[in-house]
Design a protein around this ligand. Structure first.
Ligand SMILES: *[C@@H]1O[C@H](CO)[C@@H](O)[C@H](O)[C@H]1NC(C)=O
Length: 373
């Protein structure tokens, strides 16, 4: 094409598609601005729209209101993330999903991505206890009608002195994990806990390592549900024992009484189990670390915080992430509950730099809101 024709062609193209594209661009720019400045939005009296971070006072009245920032819409608008998210993958594993085919499939993958080398009897006897379809759902009957707003609270030092407690508690559901110290940090991290996510290994390590910093028991409560991450046979054995209300019969946790961790309630609906296929999908699509090409490959898995945040992104309509690693992590202590600043520890089995860049991209795409300061 010679110059004027090419120019005309472009003009026509712009004209035909432009209104839609420009509108989309305009909307996404507006949305990003609102995402980047929730503080300013919250303070603006003239703003007629709800802010991304709901306030405690209006949490009841907005039960039936549609989402202001549905993450599904932000995903659709993003060329990269649209190709990664697959909402058809089951997030939770329960008895109704067990078949010979599932056994065959998962037997080919190591934990936490499968059941390679695990006792079939241990797996089946655990899943048999999760026999109600409610075990497939995170929210169940208490689910708000229109827009599920979730806060996922990591344990990063950025939360020390953050005063985010009320905003965190204003979400419909609050996810916490591992050494989630609440006492004396209510103003910074809130008090509400809807879900506590862990592996038996990380939970017990947290209880040992952070006991002197105030983590003397995992969060408990009537409205609280536990999300087991099946990173070894220990998780299946502990889950089974928790529902049966008996001590763990074998393995490294032999003799542990689950109610000392989870409280007296033993109903199966209290306990949820992440699906190994979901963990594998998350790892392959979102957190495919270069560590998988090293001698640490067999150890590598996303961090507990990453698994909880990605679980929320696949089940909630809006997600805010607090206490997750940010690009300026060096300014903050490893955990918010430490008394003296400690550098962030980079474990060989996780890839925190990769997780940091994922949270940042998801934030920039308007798919989640990441607390930064
Ligand atoms: C947490 O904040 C308090 C008050 O600002 C400060 O004295 C303390 O050193 C901080 N802790 C860490 C681990 O940074």
């Amino acid at each position: 094409m010679d110059f004027p024709r090419r120019w005309l062609f472009r003009m026509l193209l712009l004209f035909a598609a432009g209104s839609g594209i420009l509108l989309t661009l305009y909307c996404s720019v507006r949305q990003r601005q609102r995402f980047l400045e929730p503080q300013a939005q919250a303070r603006s009296i003239t703003s007629p729209r709800a802010t991304f971070e709901p306030k405690a006072s209006n949490s009841k009245s907005r039960k039936n209101q549609p989402c202001q920032h549905p993450l599904s819409l932000a995903i659709q608008k993003d060329g990269h993330f649209r190709g990664l998210f697959d909402f058809s993958i089951p997030v939770l594993l329960w008895g109704g999903l067990f078949t010979q085919e599932l056994w065959n499939d998962l037997s080919q993958h190591k934990v936490p991505f499968g059941w390679q080398g695990l006792s079939r009897e241990a797996i089946i006897s655990t899943l048999r206890l999760l026999d109600n379809p409610k075990s497939a759902e995170l929210f169940g009957a208490s689910k708000p009608l229109s827009c599920i707003r979730c806060a996922v609270v990591g344990n990063g030092g950025i939360l020390n002195g953050s005063r985010q407690g009320q905003k965190i508690d204003a979400h419909d559901y609050v996810f916490r994990l591992n050494g989630a110290v609440i006492k004396d940090f209510e103003r910074d991290v809130g008090t509400k806990t809807s879900f506590y996510g862990f592996t038996v290994n990380t939970m017990k390590n947290s209880l040992i390592s952070y006991a002197n910093l105030g983590f003397t028991s995992v969060p408990q409560g009537q409205d609280l549900h536990y999300i087991f991450i099946p990173s070894s046979i220990r998780d299946y054995l502990m889950l089974r024992s928790a529902i049966l209300g008996v001590p763990v019969p074998e393995g490294p946790d032999k003799g542990d009484r689950p109610h000392t961790y989870f409280g007296p309630e033993t109903s199966a609906s209290k306990f949820k189990l992440l699906h190994p296929d979901f963990i594998r999908y998350l790892t392959e699509r979102f957190l495919k670390s270069k560590l998988l090409n090293t001698r640490f490959a067999d150890l590598y898995m996303p961090s507990t915080g990453a698994l909880m945040l990605l679980t929320a992104l696949h089940t909630c309509d809006q997600v805010s992430a607090y206490g997750f690693i940010t690009s300026n992590y060096q300014k903050y202590s490893d955990h918010y509950f430490e008394r003296e600043k400690k550098p962030v520890i980079f474990y060989a089995n996780h890839d925190l730099p990769l997780e940091a860049s994922l949270w940042k991209s998801l934030h920039n795409a308007g798919i989640l809101w990441l607390y930064q300061r």
